[in-house]
Design a protein around this ligand. Structure first.
Ligand SMILES: [Fe+2]
Length: 438
């Protein structure tokens, strides 16, 4: 018999699967039974700890609804100039941490962003991308007519220049520093060094009708409950100390495995993000988030309540984005809030665990163009992935996290190794963090 004690070490151990379980319903049943037993052994019930989380989230949802009623902008806005001058106020920092998302105004000069946008057009047209486009490599995003909305393009000069720029590094370091990156005697990641996670481009033309993208989150799927490292990362949710759960604690998040799938992200990202390459009105099919980092506790505990079938994790399964639905998460969806108006050169960031969606749009005014560039600080997980990124960069291939489309392999004007600066080389693991020099 396990000892009934609030000390985590004395609670019953959890079964874990470091690779995708073969029998998913059985594994779900096993882990749910074990999680309930572990919480019960702490002396509390699942219903009790879920009620604590629900009360907190309810208060935050109400606060966001009230702020919206007052006409306030929900997404915090921080000027790039304040980040560069280390002059972001404590209040602005506190709001960023409360909401888990931020718009960085003037991250790049408008002319720079527009020039990058044109550079991408020249790059794809010059290499006859549209003539050769074979259709979507996955069904995660829709396409616009015969032209894609998401370009599976990774190695344009524009993207790489942005990824390795000083301005990008400053904002990433600022965002990374909102997280606790050292604890339990471990340095979980290096906040000052990014790993240049290569992602795609979105270019949505004027007059587009788009169905948008439903509410979901991206840090993982069943692995969030089933791998040893994630069980440790979410330890406070499962050991009766839910009040101590800290969405900004990187402990145990930066080394463990992920279950494979077309929507997976091998990297640890402190924030997901994109840089705007066009102006976008707030009502033109823009990104929405549920701006409550603590909502992850709700998502992780909700499947343990008695009204969810034993072999169901509220619809979460491998190989698909983690869904957020009216059926299980209606409280959270009340807080779903869109971006304010965005200008070319602004960047947009949201905590990696945060629920997000893209609103539908009819007859879109203007373009909707972004480069996806997250904050993915150097850590064991990102160092591991960087090895495959280096190879993809060298050969112009699609990175391993994405469909194997490889359009750029024969494109002569893609970004070349000789174009890398020190930040680019460090990000790809071609240069040690310190001391500088090869
Ligand atoms: Fe997403």
């Amino acid at each position: 018999m396990p000892v009934q004690s609030p000390e985590a070490g004395a609670l019953p151990a959890l079964p874990h699967w470091e690779q995708t379980p073969e029998d998913l319903p059985s594994a779900i049943r096993q882990v749910k039974t074990a999680l309930r037993a572990r919480i019960a052994a702490s002396g509390r019930t699942v219903e009790d700890i879920f009620a604590v989380v629900e009360r907190r989230i309810e208060a935050e949802v109400s606060e966001i609804e009230a702020a919206r009623e007052r006409g306030e902008t929900i997404w915090p806005v921080i000027q790039y100039a304040d980040i560069a001058a280390a002059a972001v106020s404590d209040d602005a920092r506190a709001l960023l941490r409360r909401r888990g998302c931020v718009v960085v105004r003037g991250h790049f000069k408008r002319e720079q962003a527009l020039a990058w946008d044109q550079g991408i057009v020249d790059y794809v047209e010059g290499n006859r991308f549209f003539e050769n486009y074979r259709g979507p490599g996955d069904d995660f995003f829709g396409s616009v007519g015969s032209r894609p909305e998401i370009y599976p393009i990774y190695w344009s000069p524009a993207q790489m220049q942005a990824r390795q720029s000083d301005r990008m590094a400053r904002v990433q370091a600022f965002l990374n520093s909102q997280w606790k990156h050292e604890s339990q005697g471990v340095r979980w990641f290096d906040p000052g060094r990014d790993s240049l996670y290569p992602d795609r481009i979105r270019r949505r033309p004027p007059a587009t009708d788009s169905g948008g993208l439903g509410a979901h989150l991206d840090p993982g799927t069943l692995d969030l409950w089933m791998t040893r490292d994630y069980q440790r990362a979410f330890r406070h949710l499962f050991d009766g100390t839910v009040e101590q759960h800290d969405p900004w604690d990187a402990a145990h998040r930066t080394a463990g495995p992920q279950y494979p799938g077309t929507t997976m992200c091998s990297a640890f990202r402190t924030f997901q993000g994109w840089t705007a390459l066009s102006d976008m009105g707030h009502d033109q099919g823009v990104l929405h988030t549920i701006p409550i980092p603590g909502a992850m506790a709700y998502l992780m505990l909700r499947p343990l309540l008695a009204d969810v079938p034993d072999d169901d994790m509220c619809g979460v399964t491998v190989g698909q984005a983690f869904p957020v639905s009216r059926r299980w998460h209606s409280l959270l969806l009340r807080a779903l809030t869109g971006l304010p108006d965005i200008q070319a050169g602004d960047s947009v960031w949201w905590h990696c665990d945060m629920i997000h969606s893209v609103a539908p749009v009819t007859n879109q005014r203007g373009w909707g163009n972004v480069m996806y560039i997250p904050a993915a600080p150097w850590c064991p997980r990102n160092e591991r992935y960087a090895a495959s990124v280096r190879e993809a960069f060298r050969t112009g291939s699609s990175p391993d996290d994405f469909p194997a489309e490889h359009y750029e392999r024969t494109w002569p004007d893609r970004f070349h190794p000789s174009d890398l600066n020190d930040a680019g080389r460090r990000g790809l693991g071609l240069l040690p963090a310190s001391p500088p020099g090869q």
